[in-house]
Design a protein around this ligand. Structure first.
Ligand code: SAH
Length: 350
C-alpha cells in the first residue's frame, strides 16, 4: 500500500534520496557539500546497521572487546580520582552499543556503574544498542543531555560522520564547494566566493584546486559538550581518524562493503566521512574553559592504558586484534580528552 501524498510535501518528497536530492538541486540550484553530506548520512544511518562483516565498515570496538574494556577502566579510574561523584556515562553515536557494553562490564568490576545515556538519531541503531545495553536513556542531541551531575562522555568514530564544509581555491579566490546534479550524476563544483579573511593566513595563497575543510557541526557539538563539562564537571574522550589542522586536503570519503567508493554517487547508500580536525576541537575545549589532554595516537593511548597486559591475559587469539588497534590504526586514529579544570587529568595521555 502506498501512503497518500500529504498536502504540505512536494510530490516525490518520499522517494529515494538520490531522486529527492536531484530534484532539490534542479529546483533550487547546487547545494553546499555540508548539506549534501548531512542529508546523505542522515538517510544512511537511519535505514541500516552499517557495522560488521556484512555491513560497510568495522570500528575499534567491533574489532576487539579490549577497546571498550580499556575505555571503561579509563573512565572508572578518572571517576575514582575525582572522588567518586555521582556521574552519568554518555556515548555519542554508539553504533551497535558494543563499546558501552564492554566498558560498563569492565567498569562494574571496578565499582563504577553509572546511568547510561546515548546520543543517537538512528532508530535502527537505537534498537541494536538496546539489545546490548539495558536501561539506557536515548537523546537526539547533546543539548538534550541532563543538566545535573558530571558527564563522562565517549565518542568513537562519531565526529567523522558529521558534515563538513569544503572551501576550494580557484585562481585568485576561495569558493565554497557545492554539489551540482547533471541528470542523475552528482558532482562537486566551486560555488559562491568566500572572503579571504575566513581562510587561515598561511593557507590563503594555496595553489588552485586546493581544498580546506571545516566542520561547523563538529565545532557546535564540541562547544555544547565543553560548556556542559565546565558547568557540570566531568570529561569527554574523542577518538577518530584525523589531523591537526587547519590544513590543505580533501578528506571526504565514502565507504561501502569495506571498500572506498565515490562520495558523489548513490548518496544515502554509502558511509560518508571526513577526517577530524583535532586542533580545532581542542581549541574549542580550551576556549570554553575546559582543560585538554592530547591529541595523542590511539596506539600510544591504548598501550598506556595497558592493552599489552590485557592482550597477554586473553591469549594468542587476540594478538592480531591488538596489532590492528595499536599498530595499523595507531597513528592515524587520535585521542583527545577535554575535562573540567578541577577534575584530574585523564589517564593514558603523554
Ligand atoms: N561509535 C560506534 C559507531 C560509529 S558509526 C562504533 O565505534 O562502532 C557513527 C554513529 O554515529 C552511528 O551510531 C550513527 O547513527 C551516529 N550518528 C551519526 N550522525 C549523528 C548525529 N548527527 N547525531 C547523532 N548520532 C549520529
Amino acid at each position: 500500500m502506498t501512503a497518500a501524498p500529504s498536502a504540505d510535501r512536494a510530490p516525490g518528497a518520499d522517494g529515494p534520496l538520490p531522486e529527492r536530492l536531484a530534484r532539490a538541486i534542479a529546483l533550487g540550484g547546487p547545494i553546499p557539500v555540508s548539506q549534501y553530506m548531512a542529508a546523505a548520512n542522515a538517510h544512511y544511518y537511519a535505514t541500516r546497521n552499517p557495522l560488521g562483516a556484512a555491513g560497510d565498515f568495522t570500528t575499534a570496538p567491533e574489532i576487539s572487546q579490549m577497546f571498550g574494556e580499556l575505555i571503561g577502566l579509563w573512565a572508572a579510574d578518572l571517576w575514582d580520582r575525582a572522588g567518586r561523584p555521582d556521574v552519568r556515562w554518555v556515548e555519542l553515536g554508539p553504533g551497535r552499543g558494543t563499546l558501552t557494553a564492554d566498558a560498563m562490564r569492565a567498569a562494574a568490576k571496578a565499582g563504577f556503574a553509572p546511568p547510561v545515556h546515548f546520543v543517537e538519531t538512528s532508530p535502527v541503531l537505537r534498537a541494536e544498542q538496546a539489545k546490548r545495553v539495558a536501561g539506557a536513556t536515548w537523546h537526539d542531541d547533546v543539548e538534550d543531555l541532563p543538566t545535573n551531575r558530571p558527564l563522562i562522555v565517549v565518542a568513537n568514530e562519531f565526529f567523522d560522520a558529521l558534515p563538513i564544509r569544503q572551501l576550494v581555491r580557484r585562481a585568485g579566490s576561495w569558493h565554497e564547494r557545492f554539489v551540482a546534479c547533471q541528470d542523475t550524476l552528482f558532482l562537486p563544483i566551486p560555488g559562491k566566493q568566500v572572503p579571504d579573511a575566513i581562510i587561515p593566513p598561511h593557507l590563503v595563497d594555496a595553489p588552485a584546486g586546493s581544498i580546506i575543510e571545516t566542520s561547523p557541526a563538529s565545532v557546535g557539538i564540541m562547544r555544547v559538550l565543553a560548556a556542559r563539562i565546565v558547568a557540570q564537571g566531568g570529561a569527554a574522550l574523542v577518538i577518530d581518524y584525523g589531523y591537526e589542522g587547519p590544513a590543505i586536503g580533501d578528506t571526504l570519503q565514502a565507504v561501502r562493503g569495506h571498500a572506498f567508493a565515490n562520495p558523489f554517487e548513490a548518496p544515502g547508500d554509502r558511509d560518508l566521512t571526513a577526517h577530524v580536525d583535532f586542533a580545532t576541537l581542542g581549541a574549542v575545549g580550551l576556549a570554553s574553559g575546559a582543560r585538554i589532554a592530547g591529541p595523542d595516537g590511539q596506539g600510544e593511548f591504548l598501550r598506556a592504558l595497558g592493552i599489552d597486559a590485557r592482550a597477554a591475559a586473553l591469549g594468542p587469539k587476540v594478538t592480531a586484534d591488538r596489532d590492528r588497534l595499536v599498530d595499523a590504526m595507531g597513528t592515524l586514529f587520535k585521542v583527545l580528552a577535554i575535562h573540567h579544570p578541577q577534575w584530574p587529568r585523564p589517564a593514558g595521555f603523554a
